[in-house]
Design a protein around this ligand. Structure first.
Ligand SMILES: NC(=O)c1ccc[n+]([C@@H]2O[C@H](COP(=O)([O-])OP(=O)(O)OC[C@H]3O[C@@H](n4cnc5c(N)ncnc54)[C@H](OP(=O)(O)O)[C@@H]3O)[C@@H](O)[C@H]2O)c1
Length: 302
């Protein structure tokens, strides 16, 4: 496509991801022909952010001439939005319909088996808290692509123009793939929140802020990715310090009983990782696992 005019793009669902991707495509020379939302004011604001103010509309028919239609509504709205599009808008046969859901296969956009348009699932392994942050975070991120070969080929060009890298995935694996993505993103966020809850009241004079965990979290993540989890793992479990683990559990039970099960489950998974790294003996691993597996009643009777 280098040297050729870029295909035109219409966006349905100008939320966090839709704004980031469409704004970046516009910067890369893709003509934006429509920004379709449900609420006039929110859609106008999104179109302004994208740099296509005049393209804001609540009329889905404005998508008709676009070469590529990006449907970035919530996951639950994808099928109904695609059905509405195919039922009411005179689409060209070569129009590409794209969604960015991590869960759904491209097929969710196939309103009928004989519709001629190609469909593509193009999912960025990235988190978009806002259009602005998303735009900055797209460069260098990995996208999974799923769809027929022509759709995937177009997806590879889109991803390359967005500054990302792509890999292909089959539709049947998407739910498992998306579980991994949520564990790596949402669950890390939840874990940081939980660690902050435990840390905050550790100074009775003044709350300890979450930010003091920043360097520790960043180094742990960076080491896990560069050295691999087996080498990156440190701490009482891999050292075999069973007394430390017992003290943690005792304190959590007293002050944060809602977090005991989380600590126990992650602790057991950490014992497994430590043993796979050949740095925790079977005997120590069993002792720590027993401490972590004790129920409340068993701990109370100790
Ligand atoms: N955010 C992320 O980190 C992320 C990461 C990877 C993939 N994704 C995927 O990206 C897609 C969008 O997610 P998001 O986080 O950007 O969601 P979002 O911020 O909630 O945006 C959804 C947008 O769709 C609009 N919308 C909903 N139904 C519509 C309809 N029927 N017609 C027109 N517009 C409609 C919403 O408008 P209103 O303002 O009227 O509600 C909103 O602007 C999802 O498929 C998601 O799985 C998101």
């Amino acid at each position: 496509m280098i040297g050729c005019a870029k295909p035109s793009v219409a966006l349905i669902g100008p939320g966090r991801l839709g704004q980031a991707v469409t704004a970046l495509l516009r910067q890369q020379g893709y003509p934006i022909t429509a920004i379709v939302g449900r609420d006039r004011q929110r859609t106008a604001e999104a179109a302004r952010f994208i740099g296509a103010e005049l393209m804001a509309t609540t009329d889905i028919n404005r998508c008709a001439p676009a070469d590529i239609i990006l449907i970035a509504t919530t996951d639950d709205q994808l099928a109904t939005t695609a059905a509405q599009l195919c039922d009411t808008v005179p689409l060209g046969d070569s129009t590409l319909l794209v969604h960015c859901s991590g869960l759904h296969p491209a097929q969710v956009l196939k309103h009928s088996a004989d519709m001629p348009q190609h469909v593509l699932a193009m999912h960025p392994l990235q988190t978009f808290a806002s259009g602005e942050q998303g735009m900055k975070s797209l460069a260098g991120c990995f996208f999974s692509l799923e769809g027929d070969s022509q759709a995937v080929e177009q997806g590879q060009q889109l991803v390359s123009d967005l500054g990302g890298e792509s890999f292909i995935i089959e539709g049947q694996y998407k739910a498992r793939y998306h579980a991994a993505a949520c564990m790596a993103s949402n669950f890390i966020t939840t874990l940081i929140d939980s660690a902050g809850e435990v840390l905050r009241p550790c100074n009775p004079q003044q709350d300890i802020p979450l930010s003091v965990l920043g360097p520790l979290i960043r180094t742990a993540v960076e080491n896990s990715l560069t050295l691999g989890p087996k080498t990156a793992l440190t701490g009482p479990i891999v050292r075999g310090d069973d007394g430390t683990v017992a003290s943690h559990l005792e304190q959590l039970k007293r002050h944060h009983p809602d977090l005991v099960a989380l600590y126990q489950q992650l602790g057991l998974q950490t014992v497994d990782l430590a043993q796979r790294s050949n740095r925790l003996s079977a005997a120590k691993g069993e002792k720590i696992s027993n401490i972590l597996s004790q129920s409340d009643d068993e701990r109370d009777s100790d």
